[in-house]
Ligand binder design. Structure first.
Ligand SMILES: *[C@@H]1O[C@H](CO)[C@@H](O)[C@H](O)[C@H]1NC(C)=O
Ligand SMILES: *[C@@H]1O[C@H](CO)[C@@H](O)[C@H](O)[C@H]1NC(C)=O
Ligand SMILES: *[C@@H]1O[C@H](CO)[C@@H](O)[C@H](O)[C@H]1NC(C)=O
Ligand SMILES: *[C@@H]1O[C@H](CO)[C@@H](O)[C@H](O)[C@H]1NC(C)=O
Ligand SMILES: *[C@@H]1O[C@H](CO)[C@@H](O)[C@H](O)[C@H]1NC(C)=O
Ligand SMILES: *[C@@H]1O[C@H](CO)[C@@H](O)[C@H](O)[C@H]1NC(C)=O
Length: 508
């Protein structure tokens, strides 16, 4: 086996000498590392080596920035507030905070302050933030510094509901983080997160900057002048969309005020792109050794569809194609915080079976096994289990007739981070609550899918709203190192004692 690998390696080398295999030339190559946050007190979880931690990556990105730094955030809480009675951190002692790892968030904040002092041009774009301090941190970072700009973008003014939910850092048009980690100290050490760090990848960074610039432009436009409430034929609902939306009949659409947008006539909904934009750049994975150095393509995808440009695909399409990329008899692994076959935040409820249909399709026709890991925590969405059982019913349908040649299956597990039901402030009304961890912690928050050939790392939860009214960004790749290591990360969770089977409905 070893010899075979060596042989393959040698053949690849001699046929096409790729610069990236030589250490000396590697500084000019795009490098990718998977990035995780693993909550404290999870002794029974197997650790996958070669994976970076969210805290160190965010610190490095800020620390290495020399010219510019662009950050898309949902909200900011990098500094813990155990002394603030309104905070979910309230009442925990200094020793507790140290044990929780709160210093990681403070270190990221400090790295941002230092980048600001170095006169790096910083742009911070976020949703309104969260209780109790909303946009205090980005505002403090920007205060009195002409080189730091912060804006709040409310997507509900454009899509009727929805938020900026992408978590993206880009420095010097070169280094990138995309993933599930919020700019929150808890996301670094008390919430389970998954992302990717791309170092020296200017071609990818440039495209992400287009998306960033479009969001930045939206924040300064008068949404009233650019939105319509229309009948969305695809989702059978009346909803507000930007006037250039594909959900508006072609002749009634306005010209997009965004610098980059593609006008596609006669498309209803969003364009399903047959040959989505792919990056054909060699990627090396210093955190995971692969024996071949063949180039593998990568991609970005974006939500909502009105923010698409070039030939990039919508985030929903990228998820669907990741599921459908599975080979015959292969395995798809899906990790998500939320799972819901409908919308959650819209006035009219939208039914949304896109992902469960794709799963059933590969179970039926490709003999695929689909493993879905869903978070179970204090704030799990009501109704989730009914949708999970509905998806599990595909196994019954698959075997419903002797004439079926259907051998695949879907397996679903809940993931419980220990302590999930003991979260919240330590003190309330002067009384000890008995909570062991701060509020909004102890949850598996990553959003990714990996088949046997393709890895997709996103920021969107698996609920309709995230794909149609919410800002989200994903990075995906066919690189075998990223694929294999992401499978290992998933399997570590899936096979841990923190995961437990969701029981099926009984067949009638
Ligand atoms: C810059 O990034 C490298 C990893 O590429 C890291 O080792 C180093 O600590 C970072 N520098 C700063 C100042 O954060
Ligand atoms: C940062 O943005 C918030 C929300 O838009 C705004 O209230 C605040 O004044 C801004 N701070 C600075 C220093 O620009
Ligand atoms: C925004 O646009 C609406 C509709 O065109 C207009 O009535 C309103 O005055 C504009 N608001 C601002 C602040 O320009
Ligand atoms: C990759 O292989 C090299 C050489 O065999 C070894 O030194 C290194 O530790 C390996 N890295 C990982 C992440 O396994
Ligand atoms: C389907 O896949 C399983 C592995 O998951 C394999 O054991 C089985 O033989 C396959 N069946 C068919 C009909 O291909
Ligand atoms: C909290 O979760 C644990 C582990 O799932 C369970 O054993 C325990 O009964 C739960 N406690 C409460 C109060 O729900």
């Amino acid at each position: 086996m070893k010899w075979l690998n060596l042989l393959v390696f040698f053949v690849v080398l001699s046929v096409n000498p790729p610069a990236e295999v030589f250490a000396g030339a590697s500084s000019a190559t795009c490098k990718a590392w998977l990035v995780q946050s693993i909550p404290t007190d999870m002794p029974l979880l197997h650790r996958v080596s070669g994976v970076l931690s969210s805290g160190e990556v965010l610190r490095w990105i800020a620390g290495n920035a020399t010219r510019r730094l662009d950050v898309i955030a949902q909200y900011w809480q990098l500094l813990a507030q155990p002394g603030n009675p309104k905070s979910g951190d309230y009442g925990f002692s200094a020793a507790d905070m140290e044990r929780f790892g709160a210093g990681e968030g403070a270190a990221v904040y400090k790295a941002l302050e230092e980048a600001a002092k170095r006169m790096v041009n910083i742009r911070l774009l976020q949703h309104s933030g969260v209780y109790p301090d909303y946009t205090q941190e980005p505002s403090d970072l920007a205060s009195g510094k002409p080189n730091v700009h912060n804006v709040t973008l409310l997507l509900s003014k454009w899509w009727g509901s929805g938020i900026v939910h992408a978590k993206v850092w880009i420095s010097d048009s070169n280094n990138i983080y995309i993933g599930s980690a919020n700019n929150d100290w808890k996301s670094l050490t008390q919430v389970k997160e998954l992302g990717i760090y791309l170092e020296h990848c200017p071609i990818i960074a440039k495209k992400l900057e287009v998306y960033f610039d479009n969001l930045w432009t939206l924040s300064s436009l008068n949404s009233t002048a650019y939105t319509r409430t229309v009948w969305d034929k695809i989702w059978q609902t009346s909803r507000m969309v930007p006037c250039w939306s594909y959900f508006i009949p072609y002749k009634q659409r306005c010209r997009s005020p965004l610098g980059h947008y593609v006008e596609i006539p006669h498309v209803e909904g969003y364009p399903i792109i047959s040959d989505p934009y792919r990056f054909h750049i060699p990627l090396v994975t210093p955190g995971y050794n692969v024996s071949s150095s063949v180039q593998h393509t990568s991609y970005l995808s974006f939500a909502p569809p009105e923010l698409l440009f070039d030939e990039f695909q919508a985030d929903e399409q990228a998820w669907l194609e990741t599921i459908k990329s599975v080979r015959y008899g292969g395995i798809v692994r899906i990790n998500t915080m939320d799972w819901l076959g409908q919308s959650k935040y819209t006035k009219q409820t939208v039914y949304w079976s896109s992902l469960s249909s794709a799963i059933s399709e590969v179970v039926f026709s490709k003999n695929a096994t689909v493993n879905v890991l869903v978070a179970y925590w204090t704030h799990s969405i009501k109704g989730t289990e009914k949708y999970l059982k509905s998806l599990l019913y595909s196994n019954v349908l698959c075997r419903s007739s002797k004439n079926n040649n259907c051998h695949g299956k879907v397996i679903i597990k809940y993931y419980k981070v220990p302590g999930y039901n003991k979260t919240g402030a330590a003190l309330a009304n002067g009384m000890a609550t008995g909570n062991l961890y701060p509020a909004y912690t102890r949850v598996n928050h990553g959003k990714y899918a990996v088949s046997d050939v393709r890895a997709h790392i996103g920021t969107s939860n698996l609920v309709w709203d995230y794909f149609y009214t919410t800002a989200g960004v994903s990075f995906g790749t066919y690189h075998p190192g990223v694929v294999a290591q992401l499978q290992e990360i998933f399997d570590a969770d899936w096979n841990s004692p923190y995961a437990s089977l969701v029981q099926p409905l009984q067949a009638a």
